[in-house]
Write a protein that binds this ligand. Structure first.
Ligand code: ATP
Length: 450
């Protein structure tokens, strides 16, 4: 399935219709930070809900967690972030612009962190052709101070990933849930990276949200479970309607692997700027639990009753970013088509993701129709996110709902006043069916949840 979306069209739609705004826009914004508007927050919540349902609610081997953003700084020493979570940075001596050296060297827009391949071929400034400085390593963690004294002892960091909260709680969760291997934890939350070159709209941000799983397995079964998660996660995107031609799973080459990983796959989407990572699914071995045991002096092991052995579990980590998925779902669902000589812009979003499920539209602003339509609206509000719109022509209002992906419009017309029935119009086919108001909730439930 083709999409007509470009990044420019998407940015414009997102701003015009209240999906995404530049952060602190009235002050000129701030690079790499974004605010989600009334429709954006619904789409974001729906993405998170769909993920949580698939990876926690519907499974018998997963539990949830919500750890703090600021953690004891030793966590970042143990995880390796303080020493290695850095990108090589170069400055142009002429125009003073700053770039990621690894990106310039490879010309790839979405390289992974922690690969200081900066010493690659000498390149010139892509903006002005000027000479570049030697690469310097730049740590991506945001630093802050905890408490009133700004000294070395009070330094802390905003987490650059949610994962570590799950590793350091391994013992707590194991003890309180009495789980047997294999089992996993899932967490959704904000992460912060002081990216050198944020960009491509919300693809690379400085503040973003992650959805991460840490799945603990017996060593020796890790490769099998890794395959399981790659398949599960790939299928999740397809189930939510991402087109298969624009989605691929790629196994990383050995040189691309992070220092902790034995093997990694990426789920990638074909954005206008090329194939780019939506999710990484890594086999992290026993690296994390081993390091935290070493740095904390605590035992982070699992006692296998069958064999009588203590083992340090291996970890499979599917890690995705809500903002990147948001962008992919919007890009993929955006279409333009000709209807009666006019262009119809439409978001063919999966109904579980659509920000508004039903819009109630009186045929006109007639004084008899509007109260009836408001009654219908009140009937639907307890069940779904809905909108009421009585401004401008009915055709215009359908188009407005199509453009934000609303799967169903319910129209109240003059016949409604006598036959107590309304018309349900479907977004993609534009087909209409007449339904008694008494059956409306059931009919919509069948369509939206059936
Ligand atoms: P990239 O190579 O694009 O910098 P990464 O390999 O550093 O990403 P991970 O550390 O694996 O990313 O993070 C897991 C997921 O978190 C990514 O797949 C992505 O969806 C999301 N993510 C990471 N960095 C950002 C960012 N700066 N802005 C938005 N989402 C991000």
């Amino acid at each position: 399935m083709s999409t007509n979306a470009t990044v420019e069209k998407l940015v414009s739609l997102c701003k015009r219709r209240g999906f995404v705004f530049q952060s602190s826009e009235i002050y000129g914004g701030i690079g790499g930070f974004w605010d989600y508007g009334p429709l954006g927050v619904e789409l974001k919540n729906n993405i998170k809900r769909a993920w949580w349902k698939a990876v926690v609610q519907e499974r018998d081997d997963m539990v949830g967690l919500d750890a703090a953003i600021v953690m004891n700084p030793t966590v970042w020493k143990a995880s390796g972030h303080l020493d290695t979570f850095a990108d090589p940075m170069v400055d142009c001596k002429d125009c003073k612009r700053r770039f990621r050296a690894d990106e310039l060297a490879s010309q790839a827009p979405a390289g992974a962190h922690g690969h200081p391949s900066a010493e690659g071929p000498v390149v010139r400034c892509p903006e002005c052709g000027g000479e570049l400085t030697e690469p310097r390593m730049f740590n991506l963690m945001f630093k802050t101070y905890v408490g009133p004294v700004e000294d070395d002892a009070s330094v802390a960091y905003l987490r650059p990933e949610t994962a570590q909260g799950m590793f350091v709680n391994f013992g707590n969760v194991l003890q309180t849930t009495r789980r047997k291997l294999p089992f996993g934890m899932a967490q959704i939350g904000k992460a912060f990276r002081n990216e050198i070159t944020p960009g491509n709209f919300i693809f690379r941000d400085r503040e973003f949200e992650q959805m991460e799983i840490e799945y603990f397995v017996k060593p020796g079964t890790d490769e099998e479970w890794h395959q399981h998660w790659v398949e599960e996660r790939h299928q999740w995107y397809l189930n939510l309607g991402l087109s298969s031609e624009r989605l691929r799973v790629r196994r990383l080459d050995h040189e691309e692997l992070a220092h902790y990983a034995k093997d990694t796959y990426e789920v990638e989407y074909l954005f206008p700027m090329g194939w780019s990572e939506l999710e990484g699914i890594a086999n992290r071995t026993d690296f994390d639990l081993g390091r935290h045991a070493e740095f904390s002096g605590k035992v982070l092991e699992y006692f296998d009753e069958e064999t009588g052995e203590h083992v340090v579990p291996y970890v499979i980590e599917p890690s995705s970013g809500v903002d990147r998925l948001f962008m992919a779902f919007l890009m993929d669902s955006y279409h333009e088509e000709e209807v009666r000589g006019e262009t119809r812009a439409i978001l063919r979003l999966h109904k579980d993701l659509a920000p508004t499920k039903v819009a109630v539209l009186p045929l006109s602003r007639n004084e008899q129709l509007v109260p009836s339509a408001r009654e219908v609206w009140a009937l639907l509000r307890p069940h779904w996110m809905t909108q009421f719109d009585d401004a401008q022509s009915i055709g215009r209002r359908y188009r407005r709902q199509d453009e934000v992906g609303t799967p169903y419009c319910v129209t109240v017309d003059f016949d409604t006043l006598t036959d107590r029935a309304v018309t349900i119009r479907e977004r993609d086919s534009m087909e209409q069916v007449r339904v008694p108001i008494a059956n409306l909730v059931a009919a919509l439930r069948e369509k939206l949840e059936g």
